[in-house]
Ligand binder design. Structure first.
Ligand code: NAD
Ligand code: TYD
Length: 350
């Protein structure tokens, strides 16, 4: 019986990773540690919350004494670390919160892991989940590989870059059995509606404007969240210590083209005349320091561990829309309170 700590398991990607591990490995004990910030939602895990191999613990990775105590009590065999502040726009408003959770929180986990596992690093894995945003912005050509230099531009990506450096330092300095993956933009179910795709689905459904930053020409490489979770499972179990893998969908879209495709799907699903949803598109003030283009070369992961993305984007986006339209209650619950106040501060008309 292996005991694995998954941090941030009540968030978007974390909930998919927890679900996959709980269902696929009935002989593992999965402990989900999450602070339940505005982005953490236990409703994301309703379908597995009563499984005998699953346990939720509410707690903050910034609290070093608590994390030490948790490691002491549970004797984890491994960690999959996803807990983070994850929204670029929030990082521009409040960078320190990103330093606290993403940097200090990660170092706290590394320290506790090092203390607990120092006599046998090789059988204890520390998996750090990171982002392609650490590599900065691409021009019109080229792809991020695992050897691309770090060049973060937002407080979010700077904090993730810093946490990646600490994870590598603990591998190189102390011999911690650490692995890192850097993934492109995810989409799918349980995505908090402050990010481009779920926010746009919510707004189209409610006939509200769809805010497009700048000219909508920025490019992101979108990956189905369940394909990311499958990659994490593969890497957690098969990667050599100290290795990094890039994960991405080979699926680049400008924001405006993506939103036009989404509007077309929504018109069909909501029985609207084609072109009706697209009338909601509104250009707003650009994000400060807005990275132009992200695109991942995932050939190392494909060649070494046999991973491939499973879904075409058009199919995945339609599935995502269906999920949000079917799960109205989930969407309404998360779009209340704190989220609304933040929303008003964030969107200033151009
Ligand atoms: P999310 O914001 O949906 O979820 C983050 C979770 O972490 C939430 O449940 C939150 O409550 C929890 N959390 C935040 N601060 C905490 C703290 N101090 N202590 C304990 N728990 C805390 O984020 P996500 O989109 O699911 O991203 C998960 C991870 O994957 C992050 O590390 C992110 O950098 C990385 N990532 C995300 C994407 C993406 O497209 N969303 C792409 C690549 C990598
Ligand atoms: P986002 O979903 O915040 O992910 P990230 O910034 O981590 O890539 O944004 C995706 C792209 O969409 C990014 O170029 C910013 C843009 N965007 C908008 O144009 N309008 C919005 O309201 C949001 C949230 C994002």
């Amino acid at each position: 019986m292996k005991k694995i700590l998954i941090t941030g398991g009540a968030g978007f990607i974390g909930s998919h990773v927890v679900r996959l591990f709980v269902n696929k490995y009935p002989n593992y004990q999965i402990v989900n540690l999450d602070k339940l910030t505005y982005a953490g939602n236990l409703a994301n895990l309703k379908d597995i919350e009563n499984q005998p191999n699953y346990k939720f613990i509410k707690g903050d990775i910034v609290d070093a004494a608590f994390i030490d105590q948790l490691f002491e009590e549970h004797k984890f065999d491994g960690v999959v670390h996803l807990a983070a502040e994850s929204h670029v726009d929030r990082s521009i408003t409040n960078p320190l919160e990103f330093v606290m959770t993403n940097v200090i929180g990660t170092v706290n986990l590394l320290n506790s892991a090092r203390n607990q596992w120092k006599d046998n690093f090789s059988t204890h894995r520390f998996y750090h989940v990171s982002t392609d945003e650490v590599y900065g912005s691409l021009g019109e050509t080229g792809l991020f590989t695992e050897t691309t230099g770090y060049d973060p531009h937002s407080p979010y990506s700077a904090s993730k870059a810093s946490s990646d450096h600490f994870v590598r330092a603990y591998h190189d300095t102390y011999g911690l059995n650490a692995v890192i993956s850097n993934c492109s933009n995810n989409y799918g179910s349980y995505h908090f509606p402050e990010k481009l795709i779920p926010l746009s689905i919510y707004n189209i459904k409610n006939n509200k404007s769809i805010p497009i930053y700048g000219k909508g020409e920025n490019i992101r490489d979108w990956l189905w969240v369940e394909d990311h979770a499958r990659a994490i499972d593969l890497i957690y179990h098969n990667a050599k210590a100290g290795v990094t893998y890039n994960i991405g969908g080979h699926n680049e879209w400008t924001n405006i083209d993506l939103i036009h495709l989404l509007c077309k799907i929504m018109d069909k699903k909501l029985n609207r005349v084609e072109g009706e949803s697209a009338k909601l598109i509104t250009y707003v003030k650009d994000r400060a320091g807005h990275d132009l283009r992200y695109a991942i070369d995932s050939s190392k992961l494909q060649k070494e561990l046999g991973w491939t993305p499973s879904l075409q984007f058009e199919e995945g986006l339609e599935k995502t829309v269906d999920w949000y339209l079917t799960n109205e209650e989930w969407l309404n619950n998360v779009t209340s309170g704190d989220y609304k106040k933040y929303y008003q501060q964030q969107y200033v008309k151009r």
